[in-house]
Design a protein around this ligand. Structure first.
Ligand code: HEC
Length: 448
């Protein structure tokens, strides 16, 4: 998508950090919403079929209630389902435009499919409402035969429409989510997946296990949202029979429980599957936090189920929402870790552009320290490994030879096993001299 690359602006390390925060925020909105709409539609279509089959009024009412609740309203769909994704796509373009990846193509296809899926699902929702209105009218047949005939025809087509749109919407949304996960994961597996095609990516263990995590989160979140809306929000829904309330409570608990049951296993698979350069303590922390939250959720679900109460509806809802958030943070941190080189390259580009803009004032004084802090420190530290090796390990072999170090900095060639190649920082000879002198002096503090 070349036109998107025109929107790219140079990014300082500070900007990049902000983009990561905004991306995380977008996912905090998008993921819960899309899991709710997916879970709600699946449940509604299921109970509608079952209700028509068994002629059960409770099931049919439930099918309508749940789709009303889970789709919230059209403008929410527009903002949470589409706008958040559009913003995310723009951020991915900014972050990855210089690498040859297809991330944004995946996300744009996902966006279009979600758009179509949402249209179908909202159509399903409104046709359920009109079917219900038709049903209410059927007890007062008109005296005119022709009107009755037309009325029945209309009623039938509305019923068919609702069944089909719900099912199709669900399938399209599922495919969209699958492609979305594939696209997002490319960022974390940039190096590993460089030569893989779409099918290899979509059917990789990584994407499939992420998809299962999504489905289980979606079930758990939908179940808990049902409990929350029926029994907690604004004091709960009042005008429902005890029979119906107990049915809703059972379905909500069962759904939340089933979803939470599957999650820990696939979260673990997911963690072990991450590439080494994506791992960090924080990634572990959020993965473990998600699992602990799930277990905490079990406790409350169990209490709710044995004590036949609706008391913990809101607690469970917030626990599962927090679980989703930890999973999102974990995935984003893994992505940030594994794209550190990419980020540093963007900062180098930024520095170059800024240098061009300020060329005239530049000549006066060049501080090696400043260059080190702005560029090199993204990948280097003196005493420990960052992306590149610690200076205390590599600099001694230059034995204070500035010229030799300068020639390396201006034209880095692969040297240390176990490290990726260092990208050319694109410094001028004067700048390279300044930074070489600075790090050679500074490193003495770390020798013995
Ligand atoms: C994008 C990350 C990145 C940036 C930015 C970066 N480096 Fe490196 N650097 C590396 C990596 C990775 C290696 C290991 C490369 C190898 O072994 O070939 C490395 C290796 C080195 C080495 C060791 C060379 C040797 O002989 O073993 C020196 C010295 C060095 N960098 C200096 C710098 C300086 C000075 C800067 C700033 C102007 C800088 N680097 C910026 C990633 C980076």
């Amino acid at each position: 998508m070349d036109f998107l690359n025109k929107l790219v602006i140079p990014l300082s390390p500070g900007h990049i950090e902000w983009l990561h925060y905004i991306l995380m925020l977008m996912f905090f909105l998008f993921i819960p919403f899309i899991s709710l709409i997916f879970g709600g539609t699946a449940l509604s279509v299921f109970y509608r079929k079952k209700g028509m089959h068994e002629n059960n009024e409770n099931y049919l009412n439930f099918a309508k209630d749940i789709i009303d609740i889970s789709t919230i309203n059209k403008s929410m769909g527009l903002i949470l389902g589409l706008l958040t994704l559009v913003i995310s796509i723009l951020i991915y373009v900014q972050l990855f435009h210089s690498v040859n990846t297809s991330i944004e193509n995946y996300l744009i296809v996902a966006l279009l499919l979600i758009f179509i899926g949402l249209i179908l699902i909202y159509t399903y929702r409104y046709s359920l409402t009109s079917t219900k209105n038709f049903d209410a009218l059927k007890d007062n047949p008109s005296k005119d035969e022709k009107i009755n005939h037309d009325f029945n025809k209309l009623k039938k087509s509305s019923k068919n429409l609702s069944l089909q749109t719900g099912g199709y919407g669900l399938v399209i949304l599922f495919i969209a989510i699958w492609i979305f996960i594939g696209g997002v994961e490319i960022a974390t597996y940039l190096k590993e997946w460089a030569n893989k095609n779409v099918w290899e990516i979509l059917f990789s263990l990584t994407v499939i296990s992420k998809l299962i995590v999504f489905l289980s989160l979606s079930a758990a979140f939908t179940g808990s949202f049902l409990l929350f809306k029926f029994f907690y929000w604004g004091g709960g829904i009042k005008d429902i029979s005890e029979d119906y309330a107990s049915f809703v409570r059972k379905v909500g608990i069962r759904l939340a429980f089933t979803g939470s049951l599957v999650m820990p296993l696939f979260l673990t698979i997911d963690l072990f599957d991450l590439p080494d350069n994506a791992l960090s303590q924080a990634v572990f922390f959020y993965a473990v936090l998600a699992v602990i939250l799930v277990f905490l959720g079990y406790q409350f679900l169990y209490a709710m189920s044995t004590r036949k109460t609706t008391k913990y509806s809101s607690t469970i809802f917030f626990i599962i929402l927090l679980t989703i958030m930890s999973v999102v943070v974990k995935d984003q941190l893994a992505m940030i870790n594994s794209t550190k080189i990419q980020t540093a390259k963007l900062s180098i580009q930024y520095e170059k552009i800024m240098q061009k803009l300020t060329e005239k004032t530049e000549v006066s004084e060049i501080s090696g320290k400043e260059i080190y802090q702005k560029i090199c420190s993204a990948c280097h530290s003196f005493d420990h490994k960052v992306v590149g090796p610690p200076y205390a390990k590599t600099l001694p072999k230059y034995k204070g030879n500035v010229e030799k170090l300068v020639s390396y900095i201006m034209n880095p060639i692969q040297d240390n096993p176990g490290y990726p190649p260092m990208p050319n920082p694109g410094l001028s000879s004067v700048q390279a001299h300044a930074v070489a002198k600075y790090i050679l002096t500074e490193v003495k503090k770390y020798e013995k």
